[in-house]
Design a protein around this ligand. Structure first.
Ligand code: ZN
Length: 83
């Protein structure tokens, strides 16, 4: 079960939640009880770089390295924006 990162846009409380992929996103912040909780997009969720070998072997089979097939048709994942 994947771990999702959440952050409240009202009180900036951050938390993690274990959810199924099919579960709806949480919106109620446990800290301030407002429905301002937002799911933080995580890049490369549940996959790790192992010497770069995933690129040659895994990239061809599924359309994105993380294998989740989410919005990978138009953009390439795993590109940190903080550099
Ligand atoms: Zn809050």
């Amino acid at each position: 079960m994947p771990t999702y990162q959440y952050k409240c846009s009202s009180c900036h409380h951050s938390m993690e939640a274990f959810q199924k992929i099919s579960d709806p996103a949480l919106t109620l912040c446990p800290a301030c009880q407002k429905e301002t909780l937002r799911r933080v997009p995580t890049v490369g969720l549940g996959f790790q770089l192992n010497g770069g070998g995933w690129y040659e072997t895994g990239y061809q089979k599924s359309c994105c390295p993380c294998g989740k097939n989410e919005s990978c048709s138009t953009e390439t994942p795993a590109k940190p924006a903080s550099e």
